[in-house]
Write a protein that binds this ligand. Structure first.
Ligand SMILES: Nc1ncnc2c1ncn2[C@@H]1O[C@H](COP(=O)(O)OP(=O)(O)OP(=O)(O)O)[C@@H](O)[C@H]1O
Ligand SMILES: [Mg+2]
Length: 392
């Protein structure tokens, strides 16, 4: 036979055959079309890497080169737990396309407690589902611990969810016929790492963590809403996830119970857990360390960064500072008017511009009221009309 030195088929050739439906080896030779396809693919890969390198900082470039040498996928940033880049998701409803996400960028670090707020339909659940590997994006990338999970198939995503992510939903989603303890043990069965006794012990420890060690043998219908949510939180922790995502975790609870759950989450967060929550409930944002606002499929801005609910003493010092600012503002206004003596008409904005923003943004009252007070204090022959201060 002429062709007894057979060419072995490589995985790349198999990919080619699957993708194009053509044979990579034809009459004992590597097909020309395969070679062309291979070159094109290599070029595309190089181009992709070049783009990554061009947009990366020096530190990131070093990391990318190192990753390439080690055969890892190119990721721009391994410092963050999650990096979301230009994420788009479009759903098809019959023939209508619904753009649920329209270019979301977000970085999540270990130890963050993120709250994403936004009106109904703004894309919060869609974003959470993509971060949690429950769905894949139409465009854009999601890196989880440096690994690009946006292109993974269903099996690999299921693996990621099992190993790295915990979920808490609005309606607890506990299995009704199982006890609290058994519910917490469910994910442990799937991971198969522990013995039966080990699983039981771990589940009991987790119930203790959420203050329910006495309720292990109760079924969900014998527990209050808040208790059920605590079981769901314990269950979310059972596979030692890198991140727990929470979709409206207080949505089904009265406000007092909601605050109890939030206190628990804050406590767990301070002990190192990473949370990403979405909510309508403004209370959630008071317990989070970072708050984002979402509108029409985009993150609009990041709110506060301190993450601490204002304590009474913090509130007191903020109010005292505002009173001091008011006195400073009055002095500055007076000085400004004095320097412009003889002028009978001032735009209020023009007066404002003589005062630093740090003072303007923290006044106890509206600026116009401060101005009015100054007029009265000094018996000035002036009054406010619309956006003008007029002297007679
Ligand atoms: N599976 C789907 N098929 C088609 N459209 C969808 C699907 N899921 C969500 N959408 C649409 O995508 C947009 C965003 O939905 P999403 O559920 O992410 O919003 P949300 O901010 O979580 O809202 P809510 O606060 O009401 O839970 C909405 O317009 C919604 O109708
Ligand atoms: Mg939702």
């Amino acid at each position: 036979m002429a062709n007894d030195t057979k060419i072995r088929k490589t995985p790349e050739m198999e990919e080619y055959e699957q993708e194009t439906g053509k044979l990579a080896i034809w009459k004992g030779k590597v097909s020309k079309n395969f070679k062309k396809w291979q070159q094109k693919k290599q070029k595309e890969e190089l181009k992709k890497q070049k783009i990554e390198l061009l947009t990366a900082s020096r530190e990131e470039k070093r990391q990318i080169k190192k990753d390439l040498r080690e055969g890892k996928e190119v990721g721009k940033d391994y410092e963050h737990l999650i990096v979301v880049e230009n994420l788009h998701k479009t759903y098809l409803l019959g023939t209508t396309a619904v753009a649920a996400l329209r270019g979301v960028d977000l970085k999540i670090d270990k130890g963050d407690f993120i709250d994403i707020m936004g009106p109904s339909g703004s894309g919060k659940t869609t974003l959470l589902n993509l971060i949690g590997g429950l769905d894949t994006p139409t465009r854009g990338k999601i890196f989880l611990e440096g690994r690009n999970i946006s292109m993974l198939n269903d099996n690999d995503l299921a693996e990621i969810r099992k190993e790295r992510i915990g979920f808490v939903f609005q309606f607890y989603n506990l299995l009704p016929q199982m006890t609290a303890l058994e519910n917490v043990m469910v994910p442990l069965h799937f991971s198969g790492k522990l013995s039966k006794r080990g699983k039981r012990k771990k589940a009991l420890d987790l119930l203790r963590l959420v203050g329910l060690e006495e309720r292990g043998h109760h079924t969900p219908s014998e527990l209050s809403g808040g208790e059920q949510q605590r079981v769901a939180i314990a269950r979310a922790f059972s596979n030692d996830p890198a991140l727990i995502i929470l979709d409206e975790p207080t949505g089904d609870l009265d406000s007092k119970t909601g605050v109890m759950i939030l206190n628990l989450l804050r406590d767990l967060n301070r002990r190192g857990a990473t949370f990403v929550a979405v909510s309508h409930d403004a209370a959630v944002s008071e317990f989070a360390t970072r708050v984002f606002h979402m509108r029409d499929g985009k993150l609009t801005h990041e709110g506060k960064i301190d993450g601490l609910k204002e304590t009474e003493s913090m509130e007191l010092s903020r109010k005292q500072e505002a009173e001091i600012n008011k006195e400073k503002a009055k002095n500055m206004i007076f000085k400004y008017l004095f320097m412009n003596q003889g002028k009978v008409e001032f735009k209020i904005d023009e007066i404002k511009s003589s005062i630093p923003n740090s003072i303007l943004l923290n006044l106890p009252e509206h600026f116009d009221d401060v101005l009015r007070e100054l007029i009265n204090d000094n018996n000035l022959n002036a009054h406010i009309e619309g956006n003008l201060l007029l002297f007679f």
